[in-house]
Design a protein around this ligand. Structure first.
Ligand code: 13P
Ligand code: SF4
Length: 303
């Protein structure tokens, strides 16, 4: 039996669903029941009422959020080593240090954080709703972590003071994009529209026609009359963009823009994960309850 057939059989036998992030390998996206950005995947995990197992083809913090929101389900991360380096940049000790200096300020955390950090925040956000989340708060100054580029973007958009914690948290993959390469591509494709993820630098955002989360880019590309797009986010998204828009052209703004952690999930590892029911992601109490409150508060904000 082909590996894909074996996975599909196990999925049926075990009442499992596979949720895959937009950065997953093409073959993983193709076998998934649902492909989306971080907020869509969290919501989808809650919608899958009949599923007993969720295979979360993504990185640690996304699987942790699914486990927090679905304590009755078994959440599996196919590759135990798939960790988002940005999420590791904000420790609980660092949060406590900032809270001593700013005890009265609300703390907003990007979902790209570990559950232990989320437990200390007032509300979470994703790159799709960060502006709306900050606007929903009755405060002119907020602490925001761990991505300083997203913090800066949100500050520009809301006019509020957004203090990044740590001072320079970043995504190593999105830092690879540089405006110079985009200028060269623009010379070759002058009609192209530039889409940039908010984890990119301010210089990249400045030359963008559109700034948004991965799924917001998919929506924008679908609705746009443009035929060519230069894309500044992890290369996995281009598979989905091309699949959804076969008549449009998508060019990666930097060829080496790969998130090695996202790519750890292979079909083989998904098969083993389902067969052996590993690696189970659990979040202990009271961290889970506290982090759940921050995630649920985010879901209440309209965007
Ligand atoms: P999205 O929420 O846009 O999917 O982004 C998640 C992420 O990890 C970006 O690097
Ligand atoms: Fe983390 Fe960046 Fe990979 Fe997203 S692309 S999971 S932020 S390292």
């Amino acid at each position: 039996m082909e590996l894909v057939d074996k996975i599909n059989k196990l999925k049926k036998d075990k009442k499992a669903v596979i949720l895959a992030h937009n950065y997953q390998r093409p073959e993983v996206q193709d076998i998934a029941d649902y492909v989306g950005d971080s907020i869509e995947l969290s919501k989808k995990a809650m919608d899958e009422k009949d599923a007993e197992i969720i295979v979360f083809a993504a990185v640690d913090f996304m699987a942790e959020s699914a486990a927090i929101l679905n304590p009755e389900k078994k959440v599996l991360l196919p590759s135990a080593g798939a960790r988002c380096p940005m999420a590791q940049m904000l420790t609980v000790d660092e949060i406590k240090r900032w809270k001593v200096h700013y005890p009265l300020l609300p703390l907003v955390l990007y979902v790209n954080t570990l559950a232990s950090a989320k437990a200390y925040c007032d509300i979470c956000c994703t790159s799709a709703n960060a502006v709306e989340v900050i606007n929903s708060l009755n405060a002119e100054t907020v602490l925001f972590g761990p991505d300083h580029n997203l913090a800066e973007y949100v500050q520009e958009k809301t006019g509020k003071t957004v203090i990044p914690i740590p001072e320079r948290g970043f995504c190593p993959t999105h830092l690879l994009f540089q405006p110079e390469e985009v200028q060269i591509l623009k010379l070759q494709h002058p009609e192209a529209v530039v889409m940039v993820h908010p984890e990119c630098t301010a210089e990249m955002r400045k030359i963008a026609n559109f700034v948004g989360s991965t799924s917001q880019m998919c929506k924008y590309a679908k609705e746009s009359a443009a035929k060519t797009f230069i894309v500044a986010t992890e290369e996995g998204l281009l598979h989905r963009l091309r699949k959804d828009n076969p008549k449009k052209q998508f060019i990666l703004a930097y060829e080496g823009a790969v998130c090695p952690n996202m790519k750890l999930n292979t079909l083989e590892r998904i098969y083993i994960s389902l067969k052996e029911e590993k690696h189970v992601v659990t979040v202990p109490e009271p961290i889970a309850s506290k982090a759940r409150k921050a995630l649920e508060r985010m879901f209440e904000v309209r965007h």
